[in-house]
Design a protein around this ligand. Structure first.
Ligand code: ASP
Length: 353
């Protein structure tokens, strides 16, 4: 009888996911997201550009909030918000992805369900409009966790996920950033992709510094009313990266991780460092095994461990008990958060709350 009752209570979501004391009401939902960390400073941003970035972050926050407020699952909220960001050319994901050194857009994405520890990831995707949807399909419709390259796009097509020609992902601004980066490295500049305008039109110089375009990944972590956390991250990687290079974003435990036992994390920054420090999983391990408050755990990894290796970047995180956190060691990080009944916070620069 006792076991039955406990089972019933847990099934109704009345016990917190960390197995703590029963709570009277369902969980309050929450969402935290990022649009990349890097050298993002007021001096390099026009007021118009700033407005557009803030609007993009707010729209993604609203999309996640809408799902969560109607009782939807954290996974659905993560996907909805990331798909919007993938379609927004301002961000380095989907239709705003940066170029690899061979002149292609090679996108990486991952999603993880904190309730079941199920995960799906893709790397070097070149045709799928929403890499995050593909990562989710890998998680839910295949026996695998990680698909790469042409096989990943082929799986997307089989799953009837929207396929786009390379010209759809092409952005003049991103191309110019590639040209600049390759020249700096003394590398050859590849031919412009087929089907794009021949002449370099003048791109909207939204905000341009030599460094900022190395970042811009998008990521979302969400907590739903059932107490389940989920995380997702999507990126074009780094400008001028060697083709077929894979960053931290799709590496489960590096750029993306979620577990109801600890927390959900999405990262952005120089992926090589995030992989070596297994940043997302380390944060969750500090929460789970050391009992650290979430903010202390993200600061430990981002401000101490990453800084110790000279690894630039930041993370967002969310725990099943509603703790929200972010931390970045760069001048800025596009970010936003909202908890049920609270006020939305959208920030870009370091000095914002
Ligand atoms: N972490 C991504 C990568 O290394 C890039 C980024 O976050 O901007 O692929």
């Amino acid at each position: 009888m006792r076991i039955w009752l406990v089972g019933l209570v847990m099934g109704m979501g009345l016990v917190s996911a960390r197995g703590q004391a029963p709570v009277a009401a369902p969980h309050k939902w929450a969402v935290v997201l990022h649009g990349g960390a890097g050298v993002i400073e007021r001096s390099s941003m026009t007021p118009e550009a700033e407005k557009q970035y803030r609007a993009g972050l707010q729209a993604a926050l609203d999309a996640a909030a809408k799902v969560l407020d109607s009782g939807g699952a954290s996974l659905d909220a993560v996907q909805a918000a990331i798909q919007l960001l993938e379609d927004n050319p301002l961000f380095n994901a989907g239709r705003g992805a940066v170029f690899a050194a061979d002149g292609t857009n090679q996108m990486d994405a991952a999603v993880m369900d904190g309730r079941t520890l199920a995960a799906g990831a893709v790397a070097d995707v070149q045709r799928t409009r929403h890499p995050i949807a593909l990562a989710r399909a890998v998680m839910e419709k295949s026996p695998h966790v990680f698909l790469v390259g042409a096989g990943a796009d082929a799986f997307a097509a089989e799953q009837h996920l929207e396929q786009m020609p390379p010209s759809w992902f092409f952005r003049e601004r991103r191309w110019q950033q590639l040209v600049e980066e390759l020249k700096k490295q003394g590398q050859p500049v590849p031919a412009r992709p087929a089907g794009v305008p021949a002449a370099a039109g003048v791109p909207i110089a939204l905000f341009e510094t030599p460094e900022n375009h190395k970042f811009g990944t998008v990521g979302v972590v969400a907590l739903d009313r059932a107490g389940n956390v989920a995380a997702g991250t999507s990126t074009g990687g780094t400008t001028g990266k060697r083709w077929n290079r894979v960053g931290d974003t799709p590496v489960i435990g590096a750029g993306t991780y979620a577990a109801n036992q600890s927390c959900a994390v999405s990262g952005t920054g120089v992926g090589e460092f995030f992989i070596r420090l297994t940043v997302a999983r380390t944060i969750c391990a500090l929460v789970e095994y050391k009992g650290m408050p979430l903010q202390a755990a993200v600061d430990e990894v981002v401000q101490k461990q990453l800084v110790g290796l000279h690894g630039d970047g930041g993370v967002i995180a969310l725990a099943p008990d509603g703790q929200m956190a972010w931390s970045f060691n760069t001048p800025g990080m596009f970010r936003a958060r909202l908890a049920e009944g609270g006020k939305a916070s959208v920030g870009i620069y370091r000095d914002e709350p």
